[in-house]
Design a protein around this ligand. Structure first.
Ligand code: NDP
Ligand code: HSE
Length: 396
């Protein structure tokens, strides 16, 4: 019998229970053993819940039960999630999580602790919800030098952008719907201000390039400054605005950022809508790949967690993730040196010398919205410093 425990019985934790119940026969057949959720730990009151017998409030009950081989941490937040996860690993239990805040900030320590205790720490659900992206990066793409990863990594904001600009809803209404659907973080500022996708691009970068990047070091901008006027200008020039996490490998380090980009309408990422996420990976052997699917939500996220449970319980270990907290202080490069084209909306038309210097092309049907030539970002920003620029976006 495989005995599991779930920490946190909210959207994701309850989804894990439901997916196991939905597919129990198949799961047990594949694992060659019976599977049960023995305990659920949650601070809320579940005394009238049909599963009330499974609920405990004291983590030690789970930690001290030698029958429990794997725990799922789906509580969210850094503390006590990281402390509970470390404690479970030290007690010889595998830990599976969807908690990107913990993986991005404490992943190194958790992976080391897992190794020292001969157990595993897996986190497929921490990036892209139900999309398989972590395991493919570690295993299927192991033979590649990864050159860049660019993705719509937050379902809530992609959903909000769609509801606001395609369906005419207000920001407040769209956010409320995302919360009701279980997509948003407990504090949705993490979604709309870009911290959640920053954590996710750090996790992908850590895996792809082997060095920890702290989410604090990622230039991060969310969706709150995007206006209807920007969206209309994007449409006029054949682009769509998407909040992207982006990391690019360079000779001496990485460029990494989270911000809204203008994305060409015929690019694969432009067509990723609603709660869906898309992650474009470019490898030096495989070329361009796109991973696509539901980026948040109860059942898709639980699907990734249950696969991790089956991975650890099947003992068919392939490669585990590993990275070091050893990057040089200048590993994260200054993005002002990165070359990019930009969308620029001036309050009034720029002078001829600025137009020439930045290679500005007026967007048809606008008075003073332009697309610049591809130049180091710092050069563009310093050339427009003296001008009143109402809006600017990088172009993918
Ligand atoms: P929820 O808030 O729906 O569920 C978390 C549950 O854990 C709540 O019942 C919460 O209680 C409980 N909890 C919080 N602290 C403790 C504690 N110290 N001890 C026991 N129980 C606790 O969150 P989600 O299920 O949405 O998210 C869980 C994690 O998964 C987060 O890290 C999130 O970022 C991540 N994630 C979420 C996705 C989604 O689509 N929702 C997708 C991918 C990842 P209370 O409400 O009282 O705090
Ligand atoms: N709040 C997150 C999102 C959940 O909307 O993408 C999935 O990680």
């Amino acid at each position: 019998m495989i005995n599991l425990a779930i920490f946190g019985f909210g959207t994701v934790g309850s989804g894990v229970y439901d997916v196991i119940r939905l597919n129990l026969e198949d799961i047990e057949k594949k694992l060659g053993d019976k599977v049960r959720v023995k305990y659920i730990l949650d601070i809320r009151d579940f005394s009238s819940h049909p599963l009330k017998e499974l609920f405990v409030k004291d983590i030690d009950v789970i930690l001290n039960d030698g029958e429990v081989s794997t725990v799922v941490e789906a509580m969210g937040g850094s503390h006590p999630a990281v402390d509970f996860s470390l404690a479970a690993l030290k007690k010889g239990k595998n830990v599976i999580t969807s908690n990107k805040e913990v993986v991005a900030n404490f992943g190194c320590e958790l992976l080391k602790t897992a190794k020292e205790n001969n157990v595993r720490y897996l986190f497929e659900a921490s990036v892209g919800g139900g999309i398989p992206i972590i395991r493919p990066l570690i295993t299927c793409l192991a033979g590649n030098g990864i050159q860049s990863i660019t993705g719509i990594l937050n379902g809530t904001t992609n959903f909000i952008l769609n509801e606001m600009f395609k369906n005419g809803k207000s920001f407040e209404v769209a956010l409320k719907e995302a919360q009701e659907l279980g997509y948003a973080e407990k504090n949705p500022a993490a979604d709309v201000e870009g911290l959640d996708p920053a954590r996710k691009i750090c996790i992908l970068s850590d895996i792809a390039f082997g060095h920890k990047v702290s989410p604090d070091s990622v230039p991060t901008e969310g969706i709150t400054n995007i206006t209807l006027r920007d969206v209309k200008d994007a449409e006029k020039s054949g682009y769509t605005i998407k909040l992207l996490g982006n990391v690019e490998k360079c000779e001496k380090g990485i460029y990494i950022m989270v911000c809204p980009f203008f994305v060409k309408n015929d690019a694969m990422l432009a067509n990723v809508s609603g709660v869906f996420n898309g992650v474009r990976v470019i490898g030096n052997a495989v070329g361009e790949l796109l991973f696509y699917g539901a980026g948040a939500g109860k059942m898709p996220t639980a699907s990734a967690i249950v696969a991790d449970i089956m991975d650890v319980e099947s003992k068919n270990k392939l490669f585990d993730a590993a990275w070091e907290d050893d990057a040089d202080p200048d590993y994260v490069l200054d993005i002002s040196k990165r070359e990019t084209a930009m969308y620029l909306r001036f309050e009034k038309s720029p002078d001829a010398s600025t137009v020439k210097k930045l290679g500005l092309t007026l967007i048809e049907g606008t008075d003073s919205s332009y697309i610049s030539a591809r130049l180091p970002e710092g050069e563009i920003l310093s050339a427009i410093r003296e001008h009143a620029v109402a809006s600017s976006f990088r172009i993918l």
